[in-house]
Design a protein around this ligand. Sequence first.
Ligand code: GRF
Length: 192
Amino acid sequence: MLASGTGTNLQALIETSDPHSEICVVITDRDGTGAADKAAKAGLPARVVRYGDFADRDSFCSELVRVAESYDAEALVLAGFMRILSPLVVERYRDRILNVHPSLLPAFPGANAVAQAIRHGVKVTGVTVHFVDEEVDHGPIIAQRPVEVLPGDSEETLHERIQIEEHKLYPEVVAGFARGLVSVVDGVVVWR
Ligand code: GRF
């Protein structure tokens, strides 16, 4: 599991405790994250790979892979991980890196997806879980769930309702993936 922030999706995955999707390590890219606290409370191994300790993104990403491999990680599950992964990570874990994003991709990729949705005045946004490829917030879409934008919504109120859906959808998708129910055929996700 890779996270940079508060770790509410990590907590949702911990609480689901699916026997097929054991979290072997939580890796964060900076000190003092809520995600690392939640990992510690759950008794999960947590490691910090500080982005600033490395000369460039490739060296940072090589260390991420090394740490993940040292815990025998079979997949990488990203939740609010604020670093772009180098192609070397995507190649090593091709179709085995999952991400959750707070919009209905391909609409509103990037760090401010919820603010973009409000700015554009869309009436429906939502949650996307997708495999990660070499582009940001891109790659085969595994599952989506819509969330209505209500009149008067702020970024905070809308993000809160999106997160309620994230916390339900992500554990379901991770469990399905871990059971081998999800595959990628010609760049498109097929559920069995
Ligand atoms: C989530 O909204 C996720 O969609 C986005 O970053 C946020 C992470 O939240 N990629 P948390 O750290 O899991 O609470």
